[in-house]
Design a protein around this ligand. Structure first.
Ligand code: HPA
Ligand code: MG
Length: 215
């Protein structure tokens, strides 16, 4: 689903959102209900493609936690309603690279997440890496390299947001929620210096918000 460059977003005052962010938002870019409906579509596509096996979902923290949770719930609900048997398991991994709204050079894998479950006789069939945002594709490349070193049988990537950049990421996720303009967005677990994760809608920050939470 494409969101055009000239999409102004919705007026913030039409929505319910945490009072402590009053004045900090320029617009509601993607309302929570729209996100949820789009995730149902991704879950349906994932089940149609690979829904007959055990699935491991690798959640990319912190920004991907809501997307991962809602995606897994939707996969479970839809496979139940179509009487498919499917087990889901969730593991977590964390990268850190953003300061304010700028990407920093080095990308660290944080946390001793043990992915050896991907190896050996109890090897899971399918790995879906769920990432909230793909812009340069740097995180996705590092993640795939890391994950592939554990030799899973099949890896698919689901990304909620893909940014339209002049030099577009060479590899795109297999399942994409929204292709958006190159704007910094927050909410639905995406942060600006750890703020705004508790906002359900995906929003654009106002100048006041940027100044208020600058590091
Ligand atoms: N918002 C929050 N975190 C991000 C973004 C964004 O637009 N792009 C990359 N990390
Ligand atoms: Mg961040």
């Amino acid at each position: 689903m494409q969101i055009n460059d000239d999409w102004p977003g919705y007026c913030v005052e039409l929505f319910n959102y945490p009072e402590h962010y009053q004045g900090d938002l320029e617009c509601v870019y993607i309302p929570h209900g729209v996100i949820m409906n789009r995730i149902e579509c991704l879950a349906r596509d994932i089940i149609e493609d690979i829904g007959h096996d055990d699935m491991m979902v690798l959640c990319v923290l912190k920004g991907g936690y809501k997307f991962c949770c809602d995606l897994v719930e939707s996969i479970k609900a839809q496979s139940r309603s179509t009487n498919r048997s499917l087990t889901t398991r969730v593991e977590f991994i964390r990268f850190k690279s953003y300061m304010n709204d700028q990407s920093t050079e080095d990308l660290q894998i944080i946390g001793p997440e043990d992915l050896s479950v991907l190896k050996g006789k109890d090897k899971v069939e399918i790995l879906i890496s769920s990432q909230a945002i793909v812009d340069t594709g740097k995180t996705m490349r590092a993640l795939l390299q890391h994950v592939n070193s554990f030799q899973p049988k099949l890896v698919k990537v689901a990304g909620l947001l893909v940014k339209r950049l002049p030099q577009r990421a060479a590899t795109l996720p297999d399942y994409v929620g929204f292709v958006i303009p190159n704007r910094f967005v927050v909410g639905y677990a995406l942060d600006y210096n750890e703020y705004f994760r508790d906002l359900n809608h995906i929003c654009v920050i106002s100048e006041m918000g940027k100044q208020k939470y600058k590091m």
